[in-house]
Each structure stands twice: as structure tokens, then as C-alpha cells.
Design a protein around this ligand. Sequence first.
Ligand code: TXA
Ligand code: MG
Length: 342
Amino acid sequence: MKTEILYAPDISAKDQIARAGKLLKKGKLVAIPTETVYGLAASAYNEKAVENIFIAKGRPNDNPLIVHISDEKPLSDIAKEIPEAASICMKAFWPGPFTAIVPKSDKIPYSVSAGLETVAIRMPQHPVARAIIKAAGVPLAAPSANLSGSPSPTTAQHVIEDLMGRVHAIVSGDDSKVGVESTVVTFATTPPRLLRPGGITVEQLKEILPDLVIDQAVLSEPEKGQKVASPGMKYKHYAPKALVTMVSADSKAFSEYCNKNSEGYDMVLGFEEDRKNITLPFESLGKEKDYRSQAELLFARLREIDQKGYKNVVAHAPEKKGVGLAVYNRLIRAAGFKVIEL
Ligand code: TXA
Ligand code: MG
């Protein structure tokens, strides 16, 4: 398939946004920028188009998609009901990197929800994403625009690497500022449960949802055969081909560990504070306490590991605070849940 590249660095690219909207309306697949990561969009009401998303990504068909909206109007068409706690969170965190799971309406095909009776909904903040949803005139089902299993795309170039020739169009916009995917909370159970940490932090959520439960899949590997609340969390996600080992330690202990084990590793993914003490090739994830910049850099760094041919990487685990929890959640998956605690 020939993939059209549409350039829309901002909403002044009216023709390109209109073109993306027209393609989506016709049931085509279009990759779009959002503030979290790029998404691969199709009309959420078009079963065939949604099925094509799974084919283009090579995504297992038991892993449901998030439905993206630009305003509240279509909510009543998408959800059977909106529990009050969900409604309060939507008001607090939309538009933004927050996804609510609620009971699904009949209008949403089971291909979107992967057979579940619930549906995930997000209103992105990104102006181009919002303009494209408006232009399409329908809610858009959109997973991250990567090949299944590879790190999520935070630049148009990442999407081109993964999906060129597999989708109808790629909208090339700015780099994703948040850098990790949205926070996913299910309101289908009481109390609400965090299924995936993301751009909205647990600290922010707990101000509104004091009884929020953190699903155990957030920080640990689901046991074989165990039923998981969020199917996406059971896959070895975000993984480069290289072997990644995560080390949880302060800067001094981390540098000592890297230098002592320098035969075993060919690259260190660490924080700025670690760099001066380390002899191995070093890539930076930003400052130790700057969780937002770690999130912004993470997926690009994971892609570079393979591009630069590294085979055995040691990564410094971030603190599980703020957006650091989302970075930790992605890195531990990239590491196949291998963590050394020092
Ligand atoms: O920031 C984001 O959320 C990005 C951008 C494009 O909006 N999208 C994204 O989609 O990350 P995706 O498909 O890569 O991740 C969706 C996650 C998966 O872990 C999936 O299992 C979970 O949300 N999910 C979706 N619907 C669900 C449902 N009904 N019940 C439980 N988990 C659900
Ligand atoms: Mg994804």
C-alpha cells in the first residue's frame, strides 16, 4: 500500500487536516500525533477499519483499543453509562493524557473492545489530534502507532519506520511532549483501579480518587494463565531486541555496579548524575528527579538501542514517583521484569 505523508506541525495546516479527516471518514487508517505518543486511528464505528488496525500493527486481537474524542458530545453514544467517579475525573483531566474505562454501548463494535463489555475513552489535548477527530466527524479508535511489541512512537519518524506501506496516511506533526502513553483507569469495578500509569500521576488521581487501587500488573509480571484486567499489560511491550537489565540503586551504587560489570554490558542508560562516573558508552534519560523529561526521552532511547546495535544494556531504574512510575512501568517491561535491587 502507498502511504501518504501529510505535514501538520500545527492547526494552520488546514488542507492536510481536512485530508486526514476525509480518509478516516472513508474507513482508512491514519497515524496522528498526540501529546502522549503517536496513534494509529480509524473510525471507532467502522468494524472493518478497526480490524485493519490490528492487521497493520500485528496486534493480538484480545488487546482492546482506546476511543478518542474531541468533545463530550459523543460520550453517550460510546458509553452505556458514565459512573460518577469517571465523570469527575473526565472533568479534571480532559483534555489530556487520561483514559477512562466504562461500560460499552452497543454502537461500539466488539473489535474495538476486543470482546469486552467495557470501552476505553480519551480526549487528547493535542490541537492537531483534536482537529483531525473533528474533521473525521466520528470518534477514533487509536492504539499507539508502532508495530506491536516495539517501543511506542514519539516522533513521525518512528511511525514511518514501523508503518510505512502498512497504513493509508501518516500525519507528520511535532514530537510527543508527554512521551509515555495515557494513564488508564477502569471505573467498571469499584473502587476504580489504575491499569496503566501514564501522563496523569497517581498523586494527581488520589486527590480525586482516594480509594484508587493500583493493579498489580503495574509493577509486576502477571503469572502464567492469570486473568489480567488490562490485556495490554500482559505483553512484553516496549522491548528493544537487546537484552535490558534494570538496576534500582542510588547514583553512586549504580555507577559502581556498571563499572564493576563492564564486561557484561555494552551500554548504560542512566541519568545525567551518573554520566561522569561511568566508563561504558552512555545514553542519558535526563536528570534523576526530572521524571517528565525521562518520560519524554524514554521511547526514543529504547529505539536507539537497536539502531546503534547495542546487545546488552544496563538501565538505571527511575523512582516510582510522579510520572517516574510510568517510566518505571515501561522500562521494567523492556527489561522483561529483570530488576536488580542494590
Ligand atoms: O496515550 C495513549 O493512550 C495512546 C494515544 C495514541 O492516545 N494510545 C495507546 O493505546 O497507548 P494502546 O492501544 O497502545 O494502549 C491501550 C491500553 C492497552 O494496555 C489496552 O489493553 C488497554 O489500554 N485497554 C483498552 N481498552 C480496555 C478495556 N476495555 N479494558 C481494559 N483495558 C483496556
Ligand atoms: Mg501501545
